[in-house]
Ligand binder design. Structure first.
Ligand code: SF4
Length: 244
């Protein structure tokens, strides 16, 4: 297999972007974009006249589609490097760019602090994974990797607008399902503010999510729990099946 990695690079935040090409050749038919990024070095660089060699900066951790660290834009498609096999990419040239909704730190590394800031602002945080035997909505939501790919394709998300996207919806949905009644009331309020009011239901997030979370079902159930429950409270219902 022979692939030309065409990588959009930046030395640091705010510095001028430039493209650089690296040649990757391997007999490994299972090689992924992550495999190629791990192996390329100065000797693979196709002469681009860009001066002294600087290793390509990118983030990775588990390399098993479980952490979300290696999210990037591959051939114009947001995806995880560890989950993208080179043999599945048509043609010899593979274009790699950093996610476009976040500030670039260096090369393919972006600053996803806004995702954590959104969770803090909405009083939501992740603790341990839910028990698979527990409430199914909570378990489904707990599978979120916080990779940010859903935000990359969301037409309504931009840092600083207040809408947290599905990356914020999942932790809230999980907590709404698992929390005591009193806590659910404030979570529902945050859900309305940070998710429900900004979501246009395009469901681009459902199609891109590497964890294959059933976003449509989760969104519908969370909307029902938060919105319907608050309405019931407003009209004085004592229905214990909803938030009141
Ligand atoms: S919902 Fe899916 S795409 Fe969005 S952050 Fe979680 S794992 Fe990533």
């Amino acid at each position: 297999m022979r692939k030309l990695l065409h990588i959009l690079r930046r030395e640091s935040a705010g510095s001028a972007p430039y493209w650089e090409d690296f040649l990757y050749e391997s007999q490994d038919e299972a090689a992924t974009v992550a495999t190629a990024l791990q192996s390329i070095g100065a000797e693979n660089r196709v002469d681009s006249g860009s001066g002294a060699f600087r290793p390509v900066a990118w983030e990775s951790s588990c390399l098993q589609r479980r952490c979300g660290a290696c999210a990037m834009v591959i051939n114009s498609h947001p995806a995880m490097a560890c989950d993208t096999r080179l043999r599945d990419l048509a043609g010899e040239r593979v274009t790699l760019e950093p996610l476009g909704k976040f500030p670039v730190v260096e090369d393919l590394i972006v600053d996803r602090t806004v995702m954590m800031e959104n969770l803090k602002r909405l009083s939501v945080w992740l603790s341990e994974k839910a028990d698979p035997g527990a409430e199914d909505m909570a378990f489904e939501a707990s599978r979120c990797l916080q990779c940010g790919l859903c935000l990359e394709v969301c037409p309504n998300f931009a840092p600083g607008l207040g809408f947290g996207g599905m990356a914020a919806m999942n932790p809230i949905a999980r907590l709404i399902a698992n929390s005591p009644q009193q806590m659910r009331k404030s979570l529902a309020k945050n859900y309305m503010r940070g998710v429900y009011s900004g979501c246009g239901k395009s469901l681009a997030c459902r199609d891109i999510c590497p964890a294959e979370i059933d976003m449509e079902k989760l969104l519908a159930r969370s909307n029902a729990a938060a919105v319907w429950g608050r309405w019931k409270a407003a009209v004085g219902s004592r229905d214990q099946g909803h938030i009141d």
